[in-house]
Design a protein around this ligand. Structure first.
Ligand SMILES: C[S@@+](CC[C@H](N)C(=O)[O-])C[C@H]1O[C@@H](n2cnc3c(N)ncnc32)[C@H](O)[C@@H]1O
Length: 265
């Protein structure tokens, strides 16, 4: 991950705040504002307040109960004051009960709900948080395994918008000493699996150009949903399109397109 010390950085949904704390200690950005979805008392019960206190002691603003989809929780943060925004390993908050799960997922898949969260995150970054004259960068780091990769982060989130997916870079946790990737609701680490940081901007060229790359599977003759290819024959492609794996992804894509049509047009 490349971090320019001149950046004014905002972090979203930072669990126990260990990512923000490590970022501050190891990269010394011009400014850092950290936010978490939990309220202060949940932070204290789940993870403790050490990182919270250390960030505050070093002059960082730390907001609790911050929901990136709800502008009522943002305070003064919507004034285009940042160069870069980070959302590390996003995941919906845990459901309160089986009934809650059933109700929320009655007509909509978890896949669509996660895409909805991440689309809102990206749209809000560019509409409210990022300085139009700044670096203009929004990052999403996610695990590169199912079900996360089924969110089709590179292409689906920015449909019908002026945001570009610029490329990705391997997320190397060792470059953030002290960072513990947290589960949503337990005092446990997420198992270490490969993470990828996806980079988005309204600009086509940014200072990250030579540090990120676009995967081959977004090119012609691949299936970008399933990340397979290249297809060497028509039959090869046809076999893939009729496979169970592809049909499942195609269904997720269709549900997502319906969601965008229904709620945003
Ligand atoms: C798997 S945890 C990762 C936590 C932390 N980013 C890390 O890397 O350890 C997913 C995080 O996303 C946060 N989150 C989910 N929905 C959110 C929302 N609408 N706004 C802000 N954060 C959210 C959760 O509260 C949770 O802390």
């Amino acid at each position: 991950m490349y971090i320019n010390p001149a950046w004014r950085i905002l972090t979203i949904g930072d669990g126990d705040l260990s990512f923000s704390h490590s970022l501050l200690e190891n990269y010394r950005p011009q400014s850092l504002t950290a936010t978490i979805f939990d309220d202060h008392s949940s932070l204290s019960t789940k993870y403790g307040v050490t990182h919270f206190q250390q960030l505050q002691a070093q002059g960082c603003e730390v907001l609790t109960s911050f929901d990136v989809t709800n502008n009522q929780t943002w305070g003064q943060l919507c004034k285009h004051q940042f160069d870069a925004v980070f959302f590390q390993f996003p995941l919906l908050p845990a459901f309160n009960s089986i009934e809650d799960f059933k109700q929320q997922c009655q007509n909509i898949s978890l896949n669509t709900l996660h895409r909805r969260l991440l689309r809102r995150y990206l749209l809000n970054c560019f509409e409210y948080f990022l300085d139009n004259n700044g670096a203009q960068l929004a990052f999403i780091t996610s695990k590169d395994v199912k079900p996360y990769r089924q969110w089709h982060i590179e292409q689906s989130l920015i449909l019908n918008s002026d945001i570009h997916y610029l490329g990705s870079i391997k997320f190397e946790i060792e470059k953030f000493p002290g960072y513990k990737i947290r589960n949503v609701d337990r005092d446990k680490h997420v198992k270490d699996t490969q993470g990828l940081t996806y980079v988005f901007s309204r600009r086509i060229n940014t200072e990250l150009d030579n540090k990120i790359s676009k995967p081959k599977y977004l090119g012609d003759n691949y299936c970008s949903y399933c990340r397979v290819g290249p297809f060497y024959t028509i039959q090869d492609k046809q076999n893939h399109l009729t496979s169970k794996k592809h049909q499942k992804m195609a269904l997720f894509e269709q549900q997502w397109l319906n969601e965008i049509d229904q709620f945003e047009e």
